[in-house]
Write a protein that binds this ligand. Sequence first.
Ligand SMILES: NC(=O)c1ccc[n+]([C@@H]2O[C@H](COP(=O)([O-])OP(=O)(O)OC[C@H]3O[C@@H](n4cnc5c(N)ncnc54)[C@H](O)[C@@H]3O)[C@@H](O)[C@H]2O)c1
Length: 249
Amino acid sequence: MTAPLLRDRTALITGAGRGIGLAVAQAMAEHGARVILADLAPDAAATGIAGARAVALDVTDEAATEAAFDRLAAEGWLPDIVVPNAGILHLEGVETLPADRFRAVVDVNLTGAFLTARAAARRMVADGRIIFTASLFGLRGGAQNAAYSASKFGMVGLMESMAADLAPRGILVNCVAPGQIETDMMTKLVQDRLAMGLPDPRERLRARIPLGRLGSAAELAGTYVWLASPLATYVTGQTITVDGGWQVG
Ligand SMILES: NC(=O)c1ccc[n+]([C@@H]2O[C@H](COP(=O)([O-])OP(=O)(O)OC[C@H]3O[C@@H](n4cnc5c(N)ncnc54)[C@H](O)[C@@H]3O)[C@@H](O)[C@H]2O)c1
């Protein structure tokens, strides 16, 4: 029997209370990692992941982020795989988009990801992995998506720069860019569109996606496991899209 891919590895995932972050935590645990679920108010027991640890963390809080990493290191839980994944969405046309909503989205999605990744990079030793959750909207903008798209484009630039900075230390940095995934964020997107008098986009999305359906969080998780594993020792500075073929549709 072969050893689990992530044996002896410790993974911290932000936004791990539900959705994509939780699915990544579950998959990494299934492949042998110890996992740390970081979220605003996480409940490790509720996830059913054996041995998981929960850390209450607002990723926009610099001091709390540094303190959380110090505490984990002191307790023998310094992560060598870190997934800055916490994110929020605000849909609005650019003419009415208030600056404070723009700042709030950038603060969580980009500055928060930076603070998590920087705290990790400061403490990681060789063979560390940082895997951001970007988006197709980090590669191409779209209507009502100015704040979200700006934050995710920023994340791709952050990832590429960090990959270059950290390569000499043997730390690999990449993004996963999910397509249309069925999570609470998708539910909110549908509700926000309906509130704007716009139609539910899911039928249109299904028709537009070559595989003919939205993805599940569990289907994304394997890409994070691969990027964190010994199967991906020469991959850094990349954005890997997982989108059911969206870009070739
Ligand atoms: N669902 C999709 O279709 C999709 C597509 C592309 C990218 N993404 C990205 O995937 C990531 C996860 O999204 P999801 O669909 O699972 O969304 P979700 O809304 O289901 O989960 C997001 C999680 O982030 C947490 N969070 C929010 N603000 C936080 C903060 N300040 N500090 C700590 N945690 C915070 C929430 O509590 C929640 O648990 C996000 O970065 C999102 O932009 C999602």
